[in-house]
Design a protein around this ligand. Structure first.
Ligand SMILES: Cc1cc2nc3c(=O)[nH]c(=O)nc-3n(C[C@H](O)[C@H](O)[C@H](O)COP(=O)(O)OP(=O)(O)OC[C@H]3O[C@@H](n4cnc5c(N)ncnc54)[C@H](O)[C@@H]3O)c2cc1C
Length: 374
């Protein structure tokens, strides 16, 4: 998010920008730990609009930003196994189509044909959008950051923001482990740490860190290959949240753990793996013979309603928020960064930001949020 905002500001001629990262490298927070998924298929109109704009930029990223991102548009396949999910998706497919997204409604046998090796027992229906896909999160971040740098933005790594100073309700400076930077504008792009950074300016940023795991399966001993789809199609078993896509010669897969409570701990919980495997081998029997070569955990940055918080912070002039993307922030970073850069530079963002407003939670809360948090 920070790299995208810096890039879009620089493209608007605003180059007096410092991107501060406390890690030794960029893209080693949530961005470096995600599944790379990019999809149009959301339940909330505003998120679909973010996807349409973001995917257009990702499709032309090499030409426009100047960096390869290994974008495979082999589609996202959602499997639906309950009448309630079918009902929800029928409504949302209509919404997506109304916005010009080409989403197909499939019978289970059509879904199975798209992803060889998939077991569709118990699946009632499926949806598929072939312009969805997977891309390289590191490539996208580096593309934004390097181009921003080439235009004059300063990128400082290994520097932690420790305080945000305000005077009469207006941002005046940022204190860091390498000194103070006077500024009238601060963007909080701290991912799962957004609440802590918000607190530095007495802003309430309701974002909780929730651990999510990713496992990588490789062919088992005596196996040359895994019997999994040869394309990079992303398959999501919506009712369990189990998902997978091909990764090199193996398979990347994951699933949400409903027992997780907010934590900054990214230690892999290996005792969660058997629960995932139970679901996984039902849908993809080839996984029973695979070996797990490695795993990692990262943090979703959850807002109360699954929608991002995008725009200015209530009551603190000069503080902007680009937070709470709730597990789909990598793919929305191109559009979100553009919108925030427009707001900061006083342009019309051409986007109804009401569903993303910082102050919305007291008003309409969860009912208006995003239902496809995977
Ligand atoms: C397992 C997993 C799978 C996911 N899969 C997908 C997916 O398929 N598609 C998708 O779109 N999204 C996915 N996501 C979500 C996505 O990774 C996030 O929404 C996105 O990376 C958020 O980007 P960010 O820039 O806000 O946060 P981050 O990438 O975490 O960046 C925030 C940065 O702020 C820095 N920072 C924090 N505090 C300070 C401070 N005080 N001073 C200086 N620097 C600070 C951190 O070091 C960090 O580098 C997934 C997430 C996880 C964990």
């Amino acid at each position: 998010m920070g790299a995208s905002v810096a890039y879009h500001l620089a493209r608007r001629g605003v180059t007096d920008v410092v991107l501060l990262e406390r890690g030794k490298m960029l893209a080693t927070g949530s961005t470096g730990r995600n599944a790379g998924g990019v999809r149009h298929q959301f339940s909330n109109e505003a998120n679909i609009r973010l996807s349409i704009e973001s995917i257009e930029l990702l499709e032309h990223f090499v030409d426009e930003v100047g960096h390869p991102i290994d974008f495979h548009q082999d589609g996202y396949l959602f499997l639906l196994s309950t009448p309630a999910s079918v009902e929800t998706f029928r409504h949302n497919v209509a919404l997506q189509r109304g916005l010009g997204v080409d989403v197909q409604w499939l019978e289970p046998r059509q879904a199975a044909a798209l992803a060889p090796g998939l077991n569709v027992t118990g699946v009632l229906a499926a949806t598929f959008c072939r312009r969805d896909g997977i891309a390289d999160p590191n490539g996208v971040t580096m593309g934004f950051a390097r181009t921003a740098q080439s235009l004059g933005v300063v990128v400082e790594r290994d520097v932690e923001v420790t305080a945000i100073k305000t005077v009469s309700g207006r941002v005046s400076a940022v204190e860091t482990t390498r000194g103070t930077i006077d500024t009238r504008i601060v963007v909080n792009a701290a991912g799962p740490y957004a609440r802590l950074v918000g607190t530095m300016a007495s802003a309430d940023v309701p974002v909780d860190p929730i651990r999510r795991h990713i496992f990588i399966a490789a062919p088992g001993s005596g196996q040359a290959t895994l019997d999994v789809p040869s394309s990079h199609i992303m398959v999501i078993d919506f009712d369990t949240t189990f998902y997978f896509h091909r990764e090199g010669a193996g398979l990347l897969f994951g699933m949400g753990d409903r027992q997780e409570t907010p934590t900054f701990d990214t230690t892999v919980q290996w005792d969660f793996l058997p629960q995932v495997i139970d679901v996984a081998i039902t849908r993809l029997p080839a996984l029973a013979d695979a070996s797990i070569s490695h795993a990692w955990a990262g943090l979703y940055e959850m807002s109360p309603d699954g929608n991002p918080i995008l725009g200015s912070a209530d009551g603190i002039d000069g503080l902007y928020l680009i937070n709470g993307f709730s597990g789909h922030g990598f793919q929305h970073s191109p559009a979100a960064g553009r919108i925030l850069a427009d707001l900061i530079t006083g342009r019309d963002p051409r986007f109804d930001l009401t569903p993303f407003a910082a102050g919305r939670f007291g008003r309409h809360g969860a009912a208006a949020g995003e239902r496809y948090v995977v």
